[in-house]
Design a protein. Structure first.
Ligand code: NAI
Length: 340
């Protein structure tokens, strides 16, 4: 079956890791017609807007996109197109699996947990204004609708993927109304899933527990900002940002992207680690029903890590992005690890 998929190369290291990932996807033999589109600063220059309709329309039509990271200026300039895209397509669930890979030096080689981050509201609503000079107000929006929807997603995901426990992470001791509502919705939804354990942790304690005893967690469900921060923390537990994949899921479509950003410090050098985007692409192949191709891609990736010879610089190796991709393609051609 032929699939139409929107491809957004992104900024910085984006085009390098996207090219490497597309190369491996094509080696699996899946029939994909890529529709390449742009966002952010590139789109501003070409179309006069950072979030062009041609890009959002393409994703709505195809229902699936593979996306490289987009740069957002700090403290000034345009607002985040990542946030804009998630809002425009109502991609409300950000799913970020955290699983160690073979041979990657990390604190918790056995770790296997999943972060489900609410993607559409919280402080990311971008409602900021100057009250009087020197005083700024930033408004945190939490709704019953979005909190219930993300809790349901986390429990449904757990049921489908045979996960045993969902933990809601919050600061409801201080933000009694907003985080209190998030927590209340979570426990209301949990009643429909009696086979899955439901508990909660205050965010600060949760961070310490994640660093000291992460094996106690299975699926975590968080508001937008906590989810953003805790995902980077968890990426650190399994070897770094180069290894953390993600998917943004909604009714209108799904956008697959790495947790990390455009890494301007290493852009253009051909040394970026494409693993996080590749793991996102494997999630994407499963999402579009190409399970066999996804499994072959995954097996080949794991085989390259197990060999330990072709490793990128961030993990202590010397392989370039394209050498890493070539090693995976070779494993696919050799039919590596067909067991899964
Ligand atoms: P970053 O994630 O781009 O980089 C943090 C550090 O990790 C850097 O030292 C970088 O070299 C390294 N790193 C990241 N990905 C890597 C990879 N694949 N291989 C090897 N090393 C890697 O975070 P930073 O510097 O805070 O953000 C840079 C830009 O990215 C900003 O404009 C930010 O807004 C944007 N960003 C975009 C995201 C997206 O499009 N989803 C997500 C996060 C940030």
């Amino acid at each position: 079956m032929k699939h139409n998929i929107t491809l957004i190369p992104g900024d910085g290291i984006g085009p390098e890791i996207v090219a490497a990932t597309v190369r491996v996807i094509e080696a699996t033999g899946v029939d994909i017609e890529w529709e390449t589109h742009i966002l952010g600063a590139q789109a501003q220059e070409k179309y006069g807007t950072t979030l062009p309709e041609s890009t959002t329309d393409s994703i709505k039509r195809n229902k699936v996109a593979l996306k490289g990271p987009q740069m957002t200026p700090v403290g000034k300039g345009f607002t985040s197109v990542n946030v804009g895209l998630r809002k425009a397509l109502d991609l409300y669930a950000n799913v970020r699996p955290v699983k160690a890979l073979p041979n990657v030096p990390c604190r918790y080689p056995e770790l296997d947990l999943v972060i489900v981050r609410e993607n559409t509201e919280d402080l990311y609503a971008g409602l900021e204004h100057v009250v009087i000079p020197g005083v700024v107000e930033s408004i945190k929006i939490i709704t019953e609708k979005a909190s219930t929807r993300i809790a349901k997603y986390a429990f449904e995901y757990s049921r489908l993927n045979n996960r045993k426990k969902v933990t809601a992470v919050h600061k409801a001791n201080i933000m009694k109304l907003s985080d209190g509502l998030f927590l209340e919705c979570f426990y209301n939804v949990s009643k429909d899933y009696p086979e899955i354990e439901a508990d909660d942790k205050i965010i600060d304690n949760c961070c310490m527990q994640l660093v000291m005893r992460p094996e106690q967690f299975d699926v975590l469900v968080l508001e937008n900002l906590y989810g953003d921060i805790v995902s980077d923390l968890c990426a650190g537990l399994i070897g770094g940002l180069g290894l953390a994949p993600g998917a943004n899921i909604g009714e209108l479509g799904a956008v697959f992207e790495a947790v990390h950003g455009s890494a301007p410090d290493i852009a253009g050098q051909g040394i970026a680690n494409p693993t996080a985007l590749m793991l996102s692409a494997i999630q994407m192949l499963h999402h579009i029903g190409e399970k066999d191709a996804g499994n072959r891609f995954n097996d080949a990736l794991l085989a390259v890590f197990a060999d330990g010879k072709t490793i990128t610089k961030d993990l202590g190796g010397t392989a370039k992005t394209n050498e890493f991709a070539r090693a995976i393609v070779e494993k696919i051609e050799q039919g590596a690890g067909r067991a899964a």
